[in-house]
Design a protein around this ligand. Structure first.
Ligand code: PGA
Length: 254
């Protein structure tokens, strides 16, 4: 079973109208014409419309989070219906920064995943452990809880239109990348967890690695059996850095 690689750029709280247009056009111009992998960008909400237009169907575009509500008196929220309406195909749920700084727990994340699926968006469910949890040997337990809470709410079928991103928190924005063996170990664990419920969905599920991915380490990580691409933060903010990662996906997908 071969899965299509996905290289996804999470811009976090960075951007402007000019950056959105320039960065997306530089990326689309720099990608090889016959690429056999997918590329997605996740700009801040206010730039998503520009991003969808600039991407012109060459790239997938998604929000960095979404509301659990569809509409109503929820000031400040953005729903999956709205993301879908402006042309997004994907949405991140449960990024560790949302969990840490905005107090989203596993149950909140599961409801966001459910809202995304209901609106026909493909969610990227982010999971991963802190350094302390890794040192205490509870990485698998933490990741299993994060994933199982979602499965309990939405059922395994919902994962046929989803992506999981394993992002060890100690590797995000720190320059400390997990070794390819460490990544593979957790990715294989996640796939086995899904396979316990449905082997076909597990075999097709893209599992991305995130945490200090760069052009110089992408090839080694992406070439692991259960790693199907990356969720890129810092290196997604400049076209050359992001394209350097895409080139590694290119080499691996030929
Ligand atoms: P990083 O971020 O590539 O800057 O480590 C990854 C992420 O947060 O998705």
């Amino acid at each position: 079973m071969t899965r299509t690689l996905l290289v996804a750029g999470n811009w976090k709280l960075h951007g402007s109208i000019n950056m959105t247009i320039d960065l997306i056009s530089s990326i689309t111009n720099g990608l090889s014409a016959n690429k056999k992998y997918n590329v997605a960008v996740f700009p801040p909400f206010v730039y998503l419309s520009q991003a969808v237009m600039a991407a012109d169907k060459e790239l997938l575009v998604g929000g960095q989070t979404l509301s659990v509500f569809d509409s109503g008196a929820y000031t400040g929220e953005i729903s999956g219906t709205m993301l879908k309406d402006i042309g997004c195909q994907m949405v991140l749920v449960g990024h560790s920064e949302r969990r840490e700084y905005f107090a989203e727990n596993d149950t909140d994340v599961a409801h966001k995943f459910e809202a995304a699926i209901k609106q026909g968006l493909s969610p990227i469910l982010c999971c991963g452990e802190t350094l302390e949890q890794r040192e205490n040997g509870v990485t698998e337990e933490v990741v299993a809880n994060q994933v199982n809470t979602v499965i309990s709410l939405v059922g395994i079928e919902a994962f046929s239109n989803a992506v999981i991103a394993y992002e060890p928190i100690w590797a995000i924005g720190t320059g400390k990348v997990a070794t390819s063996e460490q990544a593979q170990e957790v990715h294989a664990f996640i796939r086995a967890l899904i396979a316990e419920k449905d082997a076909t969905i597990a075999a097709r599920l893209p599992i991305l690695y995130g945490g200090s991915v760069k052009g110089s380490n992408a090839k080694e990580i992406f070439s692991m059996q259960d790693v199907d691409g990356g969720l890129i933060g810092g290196a997604s903010l400049t076209a050359n850095d992001f394209l350097a990662i895409c080139q590694q996906a290119d080499a691996l997908s030929q």
